[in-house]
Design a protein around this ligand. Structure first.
Ligand code: PGA
Length: 257
């Protein structure tokens, strides 16, 4: 049976006390289901500055810690940047890379994303690579081409060793934060395109055991199950709905029921 994954991407939405109370509320909401936690991977991605607070709160639970981004060098004179090695030292296991908001507002390129994935893997983090088309690209009919290119440029030339894992999230840019997810069948189609692409890059056994493909974009407790019931969707990346403990716990309950 596949092990689903649910990732909370809190973006830059919360202050310190909100981050602490959201984490505590999620933990207490999950207590009732403790025996079932092992069925899924739960990952919280707070802002960098609160990683240590969240780490201390979740350290006795099965919840894992993730970061929302990283730099591509391990150390050095890069003012303001945070390296994968530093994240690893903070007990992060996962890192989101190439989120569309960073591609859009920080001009993050496929080349930067490629370098970040490479370094993140090298230090033992699990990258969560985000890919997806904009509304304009979709209207132009180049959606598949965009996804294929993003996957290729991010991963080509990067070996995936037996002990390294990778998550690829299909996130259609135009549905993020819109409250209107794409149909599960459409997300499934995009994930198939992604998988077809990685077949050119990695041996099948590595794809089967080390790569998971997930969906993100306006997922909540009403639709989460429909997504993970698709063959190639192994979980969800959640923005807005992960900011409400009750809603997030409801989603988790849907995934383990
Ligand atoms: P959303 O965000 O769930 O609010 O649409 C998803 C994301 O940006 O990863």
């Amino acid at each position: 049976m596949k092990k689903n994954i649910i990732i909370a991407n809190w973006k830059m939405n919360l202050g310190l006390s909100q981050t602490i109370s959201l984490t505590k509320d999620i933990l207490s909401g999950l207590k009732k289901n403790k025996k079932d936690w092992a069925k899924i991977d739960i990952i919280l991605c707070p802002s960098y500055v609160y990683l240590s607070e969240v780490k201390n709160l979740i350290n006795k639970s099965d919840i894992a810690l993730g970061a929302q981004d990283c730099f591509w060098e391990e150390r050095g004179a890069y003012t303001g940047e945070v390296s994968p090695a530093q994240l690893k030292e903070m007990d992060c296991q996962y890192v989101i890379i190439g989120h569309s908001e960073r591609r859009q507002y920080l001009n993050e390129t496929d080349e930067m994303i490629h370098k970040k994935i490479k370094t993140a893997l090298e230090v033992g983090l699990i990258p969560i690579l985000c890919v997806g088309e904009t509304f304009e690209e979709r209207q132009k009919g180049i959606k598949d081409y965009v996804i294929i290119n993003q996957v290729n440029r991010a991963l080509e030339g990067i070996n995936l060793k037996a002990n390294q894992q990778l998550i690829i999230a299909y996130e259609p840019v135009w549905v993020i934060g819109s409250g209107q997810a794409v149909k599960p069948e459409e997300a499934e189609y995009a994930n198939r395109i992604i998988l077809q692409q990685v077949i050119d890059l990695y041996p099948l056994p590595i794809i089967r055991s080390n790569i998971r493909t997930i969906y993100g974009g306006s997922v909540d407790h009403t639709n989460v199950k429909d997504f993970v019931q698709q063959d190639t969707i192994d979980g969800v990346l959640v923005g807005g709905a992960s900011l409400r403990a009750e809603e997030f716990v409801k989603m988790i309950n849907q995934l383990i029921s």
